[in-house]
Design a protein around this ligand. Structure first.
Ligand code: UD1
Ligand code: CA
Length: 470
């Protein structure tokens, strides 16, 4: 049976008090409209149309890699008008049209699937998903006549009696194509200046069509996000859902309330996550790892048994098995840390490869460097990779020992098995198995301190000197 889908996402989102369109506000790092489009895509409709406003570039960009086409609603004249705009792009379509609001990001594909099944099995012309809402809310109320769906009344227009109805409209509809013509029968709501899509229910019922409301899912899943409070609640719920899923797979959380794990991350069993850890994007973490507090890992691939020590930031990089990073390290994009390597306190890497078993344990900057295996990088080593115009590479081959406080002025290469003396500034390549040292020779001035003490004891000498200088 034919299926097409529409995502309504052209509203102003006034209640968010934001310059950003509401449906672009992120939930665990991803714009909410993407969640809706991804859930719809799982149903493989022949077309998905997203309705955007005149300033829809942000939404187009957020959905650039999704199988979506766009319809532009010139003025935000309500959900009824928004759907009418989309339907213009669906000329000739026959079948079921699934309509979802872009501000309902937590709806699962399985719920949409179940809904379609019920809609079709019960031979409805028009259906919607309803749920039971608790507490204060502003959802449209489901008005039933006996058991049957009669109409939807919006919160703003509901009587005190109607406001007591706890069954509400999720804003998710299945509409058979012949009923789309009823959109033209919706009249403007004068007080709000909007065409309410919800009015189509009463119109369809009055014309004898079969309309149904299916109670599916729950408020957590079907919540519509209108305010920052709603966004916060939905984020909490999603976080809980994600963390619970990882626990089921064998991940330990020291404090689940302060674990911020994006839904697309993968974490292996026996890994321990300490408080206030953020694992973002499509990060993969192996098994048996420990991530200590205050660390943030974005779009990384991390092998088994890796230790990420406290307060470490790792971005778009690969860390191989058994390595350890941190505390207070910054691994910038494009870095690869070899197996069992150690990156320690206050070390910054940028686009650098660190061979297996190599160590940079303290206070270093390693940028655009290719470092072999079993290399020791002394404390305070700096690759001078930028000449003010261009970036240059530093090559350090296997088994090299770089003494502390060395500057490696790139482009430069340190050959296999060589040593660099502490405090050196290396500007030329070092051949294999050599020692490179570059420092001013040390001068010892004997008795210098004794002379200084004598001078300190003679105040008249000091004041003479001061007068001269004055
Ligand atoms: C809507 C429903 C309400 C339901 C609730 C569920 C109507 C009139 N009311 O209310 O019954 O309980 O959703 O969450 O439909 N949009 C446009 N163009 C517009 C206006 C809105 O594309 O001109 C889009 C918005 O971007 C949003 C969606 O439609 O994604 C719903 O609009 P919103 O203003 O959030 O409707 P609610 O007041 O929440
Ligand atoms: Ca809404």
């Amino acid at each position: 049976m034919n299926l097409a889908a529409v995502v309504l996402s052209a509203g102003l989102g006034t209640r968010m008090k934001s310059a950003l369109p509401k449906v672009l506000h992120p939930l665990s790092g991803k714009p909410m409209v993407r969640y809706v489009v991804e859930a719809l895509s799982a149903l493989k409709p022949e077309k998905i149309i997203a309705v955007v406003g005149m300033n829809g570039e942000g939404i187009r960009h957020a959905l650039r890699d999704c199988p979506v086409s766009f319809a532009v609603q010139r003025e935000p004249e309500g959900t009824g008008d928004a759907l009418k705009t989309a339907v213009k792009k669906l000329r000739g379509f026959t079948g079921t049209l699934l309509v979802v609001s872009g501000d309902t990001p937590l709806v699962k594909a399985s719920t949409l699937q179940e809904f379609l099944k019920l809609h079709r099995k019960n031979r409805k012309d028009l259906s919607l998903i309803s749920f039971i809402a608790g507490g204060a809310h502003s959802y449209g109320r489901i008005i039933r006549e006996g058991n049957k769906l009669g109409a939807i009344i919006e919160h703003k227009h509901a009587s005190e009696e109607q406001k007591k109805i706890s069954e509400v409209n999720s804003g998710i509809y299945a509409i058979e194509s012949p009923l789309l013509k009823l959109l033209n029968k919706i009249t403007i709501n004068k007080s709000q200046g909007e065409y309410y899509l919800t009015d189509i229910v009463g119109i369809a019922v009055s014309k004898g069509y079969r309309a149904g409301a299916f109670l599916l899912g729950n408020e957590d899943e079907l919540t519509g996000i209108n305010t920052r409070q709603d966004l916060y609640r939905a984020s909490q719920y999603l976080r809980d859902r994600v963390v619970a899923g990882f626990m089921e797979k064998g991940v330990t959380f020291i404090d689940k309330a302060s674990a911020f794990i994006h839904p697309e991350a993968v974490i292996g069993p026996e890994t321990v996550i300490y408080p206030n850890v953020h694992i973002e994007g499509k990060t993969l973490i192996g098994s048996g790892c420990v991530v200590y507090p205050n660390s943030r890992i974005i779009d990384c691939k991390i092998g088994n048994n890796v230790i990420i020590k406290d307060s470490t930031l790792i971005e778009s990089s690969v860390i191989n098995e058994g390595a350890s990073v941190g505390p207070f390290a910054h691994v910038r994009p494009g870095s690869v840390i070899g197996a069992h390597a150690r990156i320690g306190n206050f070390v910054e890497l940028k686009k650098s490869l660190i061979g297996s078993g190599s160590k940079a344990s303290h206070l270093s900057y390693l940028g655009d460097a290719e470092i072999g295996e079993q290399v020791n990088i002394g404390a305070g080593t700096i690759t001078c990779n930028y000449d003010g115009k261009f970036k240059h590479k530093t090559f350090i081959e296997d088994n090299v020992f770089i003494g502390s406080d060395t500057q490696l002025v790139a482009p430069v290469k340190i050959g296999k098995g060589s040593y660099v003396g502490a405090g050196s500034t290396i500007t030329r390549d070092v051949p294999p198995l050599s020692l490179a040292v570059s420092r001013t020779p040390q001068k010892n001035i004997e008795k210098w301190a004794v002379k200084r003490q004598v001078w300190n004891r003679k105040p008249e000498v000091r004041s003479e000197k001061k007068k001269k200088e004055g």
